[in-house]
Design a protein around this ligand. Structure first.
Ligand SMILES: C[S@@+](CC[C@H](N)C(=O)[O-])C[C@H]1O[C@@H](n2cnc3c(N)ncnc32)[C@H](O)[C@@H]1O
Length: 216
């Protein structure tokens, strides 16, 4: 079943975290029908493919940050990755992801706050669909760098429009200049294909998590 308009409107017009989580609570069970079925959401597979280009080792430890119902985790599993943890702020989305039995750990946490994850924990972090309007802003980059090992890879999408408007670009470049990470790829990809929405597909190699900490 596709969601009613009211549910989707709540996601798109949420003005704070509480409203957004409330919207995802209602959306969780219909999320995949809507995004995959209606909107032509192709970013999860594209993200997994991008990670595979730069970090193909199957045994690496990966965090799927803003995992939602687990679409990126599924795409990663299809490419042979097996050690994947899931993180999301929405309990209901995380419950959907847990139902798939594809993640080693399920972490409920807010990407806009310091994470209770030790430094240098992951070989790779992916974050798809979460850098967008009303969701998570550029300050989260610092935490993603902190929890990624030096030489680890971070792959994320930023919805077109939000990229230009919400300050992501400035923080990405500041962190490049600080040599906290180096750019591997930055290109346009289809995002919601049926809606003609594209995203920036970004991949970075972490150089020095300490530099991100000093910069913050
Ligand atoms: C559009 S969905 C993308 C989910 C999944 N990555 C995918 O591609 O299908 C965005 C996800 O970000 C999560 N999210 C939004 N704000 C968050 C925050 N502050 N911290 C952690 N997760 C957040 C939402 O709960 C939702 O599951």
């Amino acid at each position: 079943m596709i969601s009613d308009k009211k549910t989707l409107e709540k996601v798109y017009t949420a003005r704070n975290s509480e409203q957004l989580m409330d919207a995802y609570k209602d959306w969780a069970v219909h999320y995949e029908n809507d995004t995959l079925g209606e909107f032509g959401y192709v970013a999860p597979k594209a993200t997994a493919k991008t990670l595979h280009t730069f970090a193909a080792e199957a045994d690496q430890r990966i965090l799927d940050a803003g995992c939602g119902t687990g679409l990126v985790g599924q795409a990663l599993r299809e490419l042979g990755y097996a050690a994947i943890d899931a993180l999301d702020y929405s309990k209901e989305m995380l419950d959907q992801a847990a139902g798939k039995n594809i993640y080693a750990k399920h972490i409920q946490a807010d990407l806009r706050q310091p994470l209770e994850i030790p430094n240098d924990t992951y070989d790779a972090v992916v974050c798809t669909g979460t850098f967008t309007y009303g969701h998570v802003d550029a300050r989260a980059f610092d935490e993603l760098i902190r929890i990624t090992k030096p030489q680890g890879v971070i792959v994320f999408t930023i919805r077109d429009g939000a990229y230009q408007e919400l300050g992501y670009r400035k923080r990405m470049i500041d962190l490049e200049l600080a040599e906290a990470w180096e750019l591997l790829t930055f290109h346009d990809e289809d995002y919601l294909r049926a809606e003609n929405v594209i995203c920036k597909m970004c991949a970075y190699r972490v150089l020095s998590p300490d530099r991100a900490r000093q910069e913050a």
